[in-house]
Ligand binder design. Sequence first.
Ligand SMILES: Nc1nc2c(ncn2[C@@H]2O[C@H](COP(=O)(O)OP(=O)(O)O)[C@@H](O)[C@H]2O)c(=O)[nH]1
Ligand SMILES: [Mg+2]
Length: 256
Amino acid sequence: MGCNCDNCNKCEYKNKIEEFDIKVDSKESIVIALAGNPNVGKSTVFNALTGLNQHTGNWPGKTVANASGSYMYKDKKFTLVDLPGTYSLLANSVEEEVARDFICFGKPHATIVVADATCFERNLNLVYQVMEITDKVVLCLNLLDEAKRKGIYIDIEKLEKELRIPVIGTCARKKEGLNELIHKVYNISLNKESYNPKKINYSDNIEKKIESLIPRLENILGNKIDLRWAALRILEGDTSIISSLSKYVYIEKEVD
Ligand SMILES: Nc1nc2c(ncn2[C@@H]2O[C@H](COP(=O)(O)OP(=O)(O)O)[C@@H](O)[C@H]2O)c(=O)[nH]1
Ligand SMILES: [Mg+2]
């Protein structure tokens, strides 16, 4: 199949979905990544949406299983990719590297982050990291029934304003909120709505370094990935991002 880049038609990306060994039934299918901490109801959401239309596989060269499945909404076919459950995307483990590479280089049309409403703060780390990589994020605030039982109330409207991304409250086990979720995913993935997620501001010295790195990275990477995110990873000394860049992104010029 062709490239999933939102920016061009004659794409020079090497990062096609098939590099990730994901079964996408047709070129027209819209690819949605499903990310989240372990045990937040990701598979429950995945199963509820895809039913029996599922494939399992392994990430190429990695021992982490992947599952992809499809569903239809408003005459469009969506391929949902269940990523390994992770607390972060800093590539500290194979699971984190797989999830990061798929969200960044697989170029899904949107990413759903499933979060546990009973301990939301712990989930925020991953939410912010996904928001650094892509603007096309939908937060699925799951386990609302458990949260209610524990006397935890989350103001969804306020959270949306704070994070500047859409937030849908769900109880996946009872299939509550899933229609709203797929509707929002439809709007975000087809660019019918767009958001500008809040980015974390770092200390002045880090921000200055980011600023000086971005033009150099732009020279090499163009707008193929979020440059601020790439700059942060490089400043952090993350060498795995360099190997992923050379694996998935076609680079025209040599790094000086
Ligand atoms: N009470 C409640 N339990 C849920 C909900 N969603 C998922 N679960 C349960 O939470 C556990 C973990 O779910 P699972 O989908 O396997 O989580 P994953 O590790 O993120 O894929 C399972 O026992 C689910 O039945 C929900 O909205 N409410
Ligand atoms: Mg699971």
